[in-house]
Design a binder for this molecule. Sequence first.
Ligand code: MN
Length: 424
Amino acid sequence: MQITANDPKRKSWISVPKDCDFPIQNIPFGVFITKDDIITIGTRIGDKVIDLGALQQLGYFKGIKLSDDVFLQDTLNDFISHGRKRWREVRNRIADLFDVENTELQHHTEQVSLILFDLEEIEMLLPVDIGDYTDFYSSIVHAENAGKMFFGKDHHLTPNWKHLPICYHGRSSSVIKSGTPVRRPKGQILDENGQVIYTATRKLDFELEMGYITTDGYHLGEPIEINETEEHIFGMVLLNDWSARDIQKWETLPLGPYLSKNFATTISPWIITMDALEPFRTQGPIQEPKPLPYLQKSGKHTFDIQLSASIKTEHDVETEICRTNFKHQYWTMNQQLAHHTSNGCNLRSGDLFGSGTISAPEPSGYATLLELAWNETKPITLNDGSQRTFVQDYDMIILKGFCANDHVRIGFGECYSKVLPASK
Ligand code: MN
């Protein structure tokens, strides 16, 4: 089935501001709550949010095999379980309905007023009920930089790094939607005098990542072959894997991060489908040595997604501190999922995978403060003249991302959280 929703010539009867992340070719999926406390599933064109539950009740998805209440739910899990064919049919249908050439809905003023909301009228919620959250370590630049800072300048990649996508299992209960504040965590650290103490972290950091949401895999015990993995990825979001570096350094050996990362993970509210990203496919980096056959895939199987991170201070001064691109990741989503299921571990609708920190080769593209300020040795200067080596209380970290070619821009919106002081 063709992805007719992606036609770059398409224009919507909803106005779309210049450089908007959400043209009619995007059609992301999210969950929102209205002022009347009604929770529903929606999409977005320009600055309007569209109630898909109401659209379905009005009969606009007739002919597409969907359960009756699929959009009247407070999460996207059920819709995601419907599978890739249905996602594509629904996106194509929405694109048609909102196409300027189509008067079916456009001229029904009463219906239009029922289904369209201004951004100020609604609040976005977490889009999925996340069963499991797994975070990779798939940027070679980040792995080399972080390794040196944690284990000394002579540290090299671990012997397994180029053979398998390394990761840890995170915590889904503390995944929060963009806009939710993050309280500075406390924990056990080894201080500069060699004393083990319990304190508020002194090295709070962000990690600029992308998350992807999966649908159900096969039964427990059945691996997903690498060429099948894309059938199981619904879409992507921006993801900030908040990290407390002092807690991490002390706790991480031998089993990996725990309390240094599970206090909060922020994600952006709109899931951008893999179908919408299709025009932005690109080649991944050359992998040498060649991975084992179950991790091999030829062709263009990563995506050109431009990413940035900014700090906005307490006094609302915003400074961009990092610019990078998703295509730099050494291990791709296909390889990560093929590896994840290679032992028979299953996938469920709504599971969240983190790409791993996306550090670019050049220092301006390092995607953590640990790397940008090189472990406190090179403080970065913000637009208000203040300096940072790690995140301060009341700083807001804002992640942005978009894909663009000569015809269309598909964006992710923003993923932001402000840091509040540690609890007493
Ligand atoms: Mn991470």
